[in-house]
Design a protein around this ligand. Structure first.
Ligand code: SIN
Ligand code: CO
Length: 384
């Protein structure tokens, strides 16, 4: 278990003064930090086809980017390169625990845990990210510089797949040591150059853009074959100019577009399904053959406990305390009666279900049915 020591700060002060506003170093945020994985284990993950990995190297200012999987590192030499592995929380339960201290931000906003191993001089260069990130220093030391958003900065590509930014003025300039945590809001330029072989853990967040939202919502309407209402102009006035699209016309177009977004039978359903989809592959193994609810009840009775598959995205929406709950798991929606909120919270807020938690499921047929379905989908598995 990782416990975050906020020092002078509290979570609410952090949210009020720093989150999405300015970068901060939480010195020794994790006291006596123990890395959840080794560089060798990270290299093992980077061997896998389904795990996204890349190496960024910078020899004499020649920036190169190679995509994994990687079977050898000798060709990269001893310095000036970094290996980055995405969604390590999907594959490494110990590393996934590093997300827990940041769960004061809701599930749907958390993206994944990216882990990097950098040799001396290694880094991805000065750049901007679109998302908030907490960067935890694991073994080794790294020189980090972070600046405030600055519209005069320009982005450029020293390699076709590497976006960097022009030199920036820093407000944080520090050598991070094991357990230090840097928080960097979106749009703040930053650069980390390894001082020695070093592991860094990046807790990344999701923030959909307007374009993503409009695109995704439109796709949903198409999938559901929903055409909605059509433009009407029953009381149209005589046109001043037949070439003109009038202000009144545009006002009505806006109303038509926003009416769909305002429809509570549409938007929350789509949003929950979309935002609960994993961006990276999950380590899902469906039981074969599937369990029956009776078998699940027996295991529960015998005291088995359950674990949620790493990186599974679970969240819910309830418009009012009396409304049905929309439970979203990995892009699917299940509608649950309003009085089952505590059951839903067990599934969204916990990644382990204890013997006592499980008993709640065996107390009702519909809860047992739901749990059986989730186990048969490979989303939860018996871990003892
Ligand atoms: C890293 O190199 O570990 C983090 C890269 C970044 O700054 O986003
Ligand atoms: Co970054």
């Amino acid at each position: 278990m990782y416990t975050l020591n906020w020092g002078e700060l509290s979570i609410s002060e952090f949210l009020q003064h720093y989150w999405q506003q300015k970068p901060v170093l939480i010195k020794a945020g994790f006291n006596q930090f123990a890395d959840p994985l080794t560089a060798d284990e990270l290299a093992g993950l980077a061997l896998e086809e389904e795990i996204e990995s890349r190496i960024v190297s910078n020899k004499n200012n020649d920036w190169q980017l190679h995509s994994g999987p990687f079977t050898e590192y000798d060709s990269f030499g001893e310095d000036n390169w970094t290996l980055l592995v995405q969604a390590v929380d999907h594959w490494h339960p110990e590393a996934a625990k590093l997300l827990d201290p940041f769960r004061f931000i809701p599930n749907w906003r958390i993206d994944d845990l990216m882990v990097s191993f950098s040799t001396p001089g290694g880094g991805v260069g000065p750049h901007l990210d679109q998302y908030d990130v907490f960067i935890i220093q694991g073994e080794g030391k790294r020189h980090w510089r972070v600046g405030m958003p600055d519209s005069s900065l320009e982005q450029h590509c020293p390699h076709p797949r590497l976006l960097q930014v022009t030199p920036f003025t820093d407000c944080i300039n520090v050598i991070t040591e094991p357990g230090d945590i840097l928080y960097i809001p979106p749009g703040c330029p930053h650069e980390g150059i390894s001082v020695e072989n070093s592991l860094n853990y990046s807790v990344g967040f999701r923030a959909p853009s307007q374009k993503d939202l409009i695109n995704g919502f439109a796709d949903h309407l198409l999938d559901q074959n929903l055409s909605g209402e059509r433009f009407t102009d029953k009381n149209r006035a005589v046109a001043n100019s037949i070439g003109e699209i009038t202000v009144a016309d545009i006002k009505q177009v806006k109303q038509l577009v926003t009416a769909m977004a305002n429809d509570d039978n549409l938007l929350p359903h789509w949003f929950g399904e979309m935002i609960s989809q994993a961006k990276h592959e999950l380590d899902i193994n469906q039981p074969d053959p599937h369990y029956s609810p009776e078998e699940i009840a027996e295991y529960i009775e015998e005291g088995s406990v359950l674990t949620r598959v790493g990186g599974l995205r679970c969240c819910y929406y309830q418009a009012t305390p009396n409304s049905d709950i929309l439970l979203f798991i990995n892009g699917d929606k299940v509608v649950i009666p309003a009085n089952e909120l505590s059951t839903v919270k067990l599934l969204t807020d916990q990644d382990h279900l204890s013997v006592e938690d499980n008993l709640l499921f065996s107390q009702s047929d519909s809860r047992l049915q739901l749990l059986t379905q989730l186990i048969n989908q490979g989303y939860w598995y018996f871990s003892e």
